[in-house]
Ligand binder design. Structure first.
Ligand code: SAH
Length: 246
């Protein structure tokens, strides 16, 4: 065959093959994602006495089905993206376990019109889940390269309602306060007072509280309509520490 014929032929084969390989990879992830959902449901049933519920809000589960976790992990971990466990994302940080992402999102009782603040963007995965549930998500990450990568990734995936900022989340995001819900995805020694102040009356906060690199307690903070704050320890968890100068 003449080169003039061979080259277009190779190009044609290439363009026919690439979408089919892509479709196969998508199929593989769809199956793995189904496995992840079943693992979350099983963990929820096993911990239902801590959570005060036997299953999670269908909207939360649908967000877990919808968000492509494989897009939020480093290429070398893509094959493990749908295992129900945390994975390294570089800079000594991790993307949280899917079960933890699901229960924290569920316990926040997010409504479609809500504005949510997240501290600890990391990969941006939890922010994407919140973006599926809320009207607007503001998320703060202290490690600059992680903040930049997450912002780029969320934009590429179409999460236009998620805004990422680099900074110390201990102080919240005053310009956009108050928030209907606040979620902290790094372990703090205490509940940061600025975050309590920036929570709306009737709002909820989820935060892991405890010592660095030890088991912490996942705490639900509720501010009632008169502004009274109550806290409840739900279950033991393990998060990377909240850092910063505070
Ligand atoms: N929510 C993330 C995982 C969180 S890991 C995800 O879905 O991938 C915790 C993150 O909190 C890390 O990326 C860490 O750098 C960040 N972090 C730690 N201290 C912080 C602080 N004071 N302000 C903002 N981010 C912080």
């Amino acid at each position: 065959m003449k080169p003039a014929v061979v080259f277009p032929l190779i190009t044609l084969i290439f363009y026919c093959l690439v979408p089919s390989l892509q479709a196969r990879a998508d199929d593989m992830f769809t199956k793995a994602r189904r496995g992840m959902i079943q693992a979350i449901e099983k963990d929820v049933r096993q911990t239902s006495r801590y959570l005060d519920r036997k299953s999670l809000d269908p909207a939360v589960m649908s967000a877990m089905v919808h968000v492509p976790r494989h897009e939020f992990v480093p290429a070398s971990y893509r094959g493990s993206a749908y295992e129900n466990r945390p994975l390294p994302i570089g800079h000594g940080q991790t993307i949280s376990q899917p079960y933890i992402v699901a229960i924290m999102s569920d316990l926040l009782n997010i409504k479609k019109e809500d504005q949510v603040l997240e501290i600890g963007t990391g990969s941006g995965y939890q922010a994407a889940i919140l973006g599926e549930l809320a009207k607007k998500v503001f998320t703060i990450e202290i490690v600059k390269p992680l903040a930049e990568q997450a912002a780029k990734r969320l934009k590429r995936l179409g999460y236009d309602n998620v805004e990422v900022r680099q900074g110390d989340g201990y102080y919240g995001w005053e310009e956009h306060a108050p928030f209907d819900a606040v979620i902290v995805t790094a372990a703090a020694s205490h509940i940061p007072p600025p975050l309590i102040r920036q929570l709306k009356p009737g709002g909820r906060m989820m935060i892991p509280v405890g010592t660095r690199f030890m088991v912490q307690q996942l705490v639900l903070v509720e501010k009632n309509n008169r502004g009274k704050v109550t806290t409840r320890q739900l279950l033991p968890v393990m998060f990377v520490p909240l850092t910063g100068g505070h």
